[in-house]
Ligand binder design. Sequence first.
Ligand SMILES: [Zn+2]
Length: 302
Amino acid sequence: MKKTFLLLLIGSSCLVAQAQNNFDTVNIKPVLVAENLYFLKGSGGNIGVFIGKEGTLMIDDQFAPLSNKINGAIKTLSPNDIRFLINTHLHGDHSGGNENFKRMGATIVAHDKVRERMSKEQVNPTNKNVTPPRPEEAWPVITFSEKLNFYLNQEDIELVHVNPAHTDGDVVVHFKKVNVFHMGDMFVTYGYPYIDYGNGGSINGFISSLDAILAMMDDNTKVIPGHGELCRKGDVKNFRDHLAEIRDEVAAALKKGKKTEELSGLPIASKFDAEWGKGFVKGKDFVLLVADNLKATQVAKK
Ligand SMILES: [Zn+2]
């Protein structure tokens, strides 16, 4: 039972991708966030677009079949070249257009782990599924481990990696002067987040990373989620607190010697379903994922 679920979930980032595979009908809509800063909605992760005289910087690129449409939408905002393309992490709904945008001249920037994972065959430790490497044209050409700064178009842009969270190569992009964050999939509004353990994700790291990023925000901060509409600091705090509550209750139950099968019957397994249960991860499954990750962490510590 548990295994079947895990297998399902491991493929679920692909399910998100497949849910909207009719790319012809996708419209790319720019939403103004701050002066010269937009996000584009389409199919896949939200794309950040920062424009100016010195060139355009974009964050994430959705799926390859949408690249021309996305490029067209960006060119309506500014005719200048797309100089930099940042990948918030390696998933295909955020990096599927890398080859196309690199060919158009963009320099791809990401965390060290994104290039490492894209350039090698990945074997999922749970279900042994093999993901072939991405073609070299898709790989980032500039990588970093903790922080990287861009000084472009009079803006001060900082890329921050804290701890493994959604994956082990997550990057948050902070536009300091206009007080805007692009969170990648470290913050989403579709419900329970996906924690990709096969790509190094971690529930504890998810929470500690959000704490570090929240400390950089204030009440005027605008937040572009990996998926969903524009949010505020309070939304990120709420999301973090839900995750911490689930993690703490699951940890307490495990400490009491509860079996994995008993966890999905706990009140915490459905407590947030009204708010989060519409997404592709369900509460009772999420607690099992959290439990598996906490147990794996315990084993690693011993
Ligand atoms: Zn993702």
